[in-house]
Write a protein that binds this ligand. Structure first.
Ligand SMILES: [Zn+2]
Length: 258
């Protein structure tokens, strides 16, 4: 494939702007329903973080063991499915090859490079562009300062989304390799934050960042919440919807990787 990402075309003009961005982890089959909602509103401000070493993997224990839900699947797309264009128009970035606890590899830089750089190489081969971003597998709690510095040294990855802590505000990341989102879609505060963001008259740049795993929409029945959020954000004249990577490109000269 060639790079077919649909971009906002946003540029920074010295005035304060409000940015909205989302991301979804793991490349699971529930992404289809998320993508359908996004496309319904012509919304391309979402990034999908996938594991190209786990194509087709069925993690049947996630639903029952993490959520007590036998009916919630965790099945990743196969490479063949992805090549049919499931993510056409959207930004796809790194979540490592096999979703390991990366801190295990602090003494094995070649393994770290393989997990992060190998996933990036596969994404480049499949989607036609070189990733610059990732989300931490198992959250930033599974990474150390050494992990972060080694990734910067050994790969082209320059931002990584966290999951264990949320800002619950619209502040910009202080360092892109520890990019804390505003909230998870599974949190009840999403709608209140959306209200606040739409009402905000910014004096400086602001970002509303909502992340999730698409299988959590099955767990918490949040498809309506997602649709409402995307409808409101994509319909707001003073909100710019950007992928994580577009946001990074807009701010990379002002915000350090680490
Ligand atoms: Zn994950």
């Amino acid at each position: 494939m060639t790079d077919n990402r649909i971009k906002s075309g946003a540029v920074r003009d010295g005035k304060p702007h409000k940015y909205f961005t989302m991301s979804f982890d793991d490349g699971v089959t529930q992404d289809r329903a998320v993508l359908e909602i996004c496309r319904k509103y012509n919304f391309y401000g979402a990034t999908f973080f996938i594991n190209t070493g786990l194509f087709g993997a069925n993690w049947a224990d996630v639903g029952p063991s993490q959520f007590g839900r036998d009916d919630v699947t965790h099945i990743r797309f196969t490479e063949e499915e992805i090549k049919t264009g499931i993510y056409d128009g959207f930004d796809v970035q790194v979540h490592t090859l096999h979703h390991p606890c990366l801190v295990w590899y602090d003494g094995q830089p070649e393994k770290l490079k393989e997990e992060v750089g190998g996933d990036a190489d596969n994404i480049k081969r499949i989607f036609g562009y070189a990733p610059v971003g990732m989300s931490w597998p198992g959250s930033e709690l599974n990474a150390s300062e050494t992990t972060i510095k080694k990734i910067i040294e050994l790969t082209d990855i320059r931002y990584s989304r966290c999951a264990a802590h949320h800002t619950h505000d619209f502040s910009l990341p202080k360092q892109f390799m520890l990019w804390y989102p505003s909230c998870s879609l599974s949190e009840d505060c999403v709608d209140k934050l959306a209200d606040d963001f739409l009402a905000l008259k910014p004096e400086h740049d602001a970002v509303f960042y909502v992340w999730n795993h698409a299988y959590e929409l099955d767990v918490y029945h949040t498809y309506g919440r997602l649709e409402n959020l995307i409808k409101r954000m994509s319909g707001a004249e003073d909100v710019t919807c950007v992928s994580n990577t577009e946001f990074y490109e807009l701010f990379k000269d002002d915000i350090p990787a680490y």
